[in-house]
Ligand binder design. Sequence first.
Ligand SMILES: [Zn+2]
Length: 260
Amino acid sequence: MRVKLLLIVALYSACGLCGTSNFQVTSVSNAAFIITEKDYGTNIGLIKTREGVVVIDPMPGKKNLDKLYQVIQQRSKAPVRYVLNTHQHGDHTGGNAYFVEQGSKVVATVSDLPEFTEFELKSHTSKDKVFYHSKSNSVFVGDIYDTSWHPTFYAGGLSGFNQAIEKILNIGNEDSLIIPGHGKPTSKVELRQFRNHTITWVEEIKALKEKGMSVEEIMNNDRVKALLRNFNIANKQDFIPKNAFKRFIERTFTVIDSGN
Ligand SMILES: [Zn+2]
């Protein structure tokens, strides 16, 4: 099983073969797929269940949605019956209306879907959902975890973040595939590293803030720059733009001030 997990993670990054126009498709099992749309980078779940086909987090954009529809049809002749969303941000819900027009039902819970278990958490937004598909052993965690960006735990603060990660680590088993809202799917090992990097980040920013350093001074601090690089797991040349780096520090300040 471990070999399989590694294979899925490797396939995601070396997916020249499975690219369909603006989409990259990774097979988790013969019934579960991750479709990554390139404009938003959203990881969309496609799962064929006994109760019908389920799509998780369809991104917006009519043109891309038409293509997404084709990509789905290549893997399932049955229509999409249910749409689930990990949270209410547009890059995860923008395609809902499109699927409703095709006859799908947007559901707030998985009560009609026995293959799924859901967990409600507060980290990235005040109402984050995590969906566990037991048959494929995959956990769709939305933007509580992003492997292509710095952490964004602004709604729940560090305590909400820690609770959310702890919860996710207790879902499934050590071989569960962790599917972030954006970026490559990973394992629990990497999720634990991400948690540690986030805790270290907040502690460091807090210490520098208490020393009276400004946001600009913190941006130029070598240790802070190194800590930011911990989140660049894909080793991108330009990880995040300068204004995003600045905003990340400012928002970390806000989290620290709120005492969460
Ligand atoms: Zn997102």
